[in-house]
Design a protein around this ligand. Sequence first.
Ligand SMILES: [Zn+2]
Length: 196
Amino acid sequence: MLANVEYAMPAHKLNNPRHMKLDQAETMIQKLRSDSRQRLATAIHEAGHSLVAGQIGIPSWYDGSAIEHVMESDAWIVTFGRTQVPIKCYQRLTAEQMARLAVAGRVAETVLLGAEPIESSECDFESFLLSGKGRPSELIAIWKRAEEQLVKEFRADINLQRAIVHEAAIFESQIFPDCLDSVREPSKEPSHATVV
Ligand SMILES: [Zn+2]
């Protein structure tokens, strides 16, 4: 088992015979940890969430890497690191606030790293769609508006960008404390991922 990883699954999945998906999940986390650019992208993404949580006025904190087996769907979820907010605060948000919070990770990556995040925001989008704050078509429209608006705001405000970089450094020091920098080719691993 890897250090600094939360394993959320029944014990029999961890022990013999070891589940193949578990090995794959651990490999994904090790790959991210050895890749400074991926760690940076993850940190910038999570810093975006955290910054917008602060703007909306709700507390947030970071949780580290996790491997989770969802029994109902038999899905394996790999998280490299994530921003958490109290569920009660989250549920009180309007659909617009929720969209802003959820899209902020993606927007931070887009604006600060200049690269379009490919899969990193799928989980954010999916969980927003499942929020129950409206019909899917309404929520998709709200998401798109929130994204356009936030891109404009982040691009226009250098102090906001500085705050995200500062926050990303805090995330990295908390969540990847043992990582050594290494220079590798950037890859397109998402900051949240499902091992299918
Ligand atoms: Zn996210």
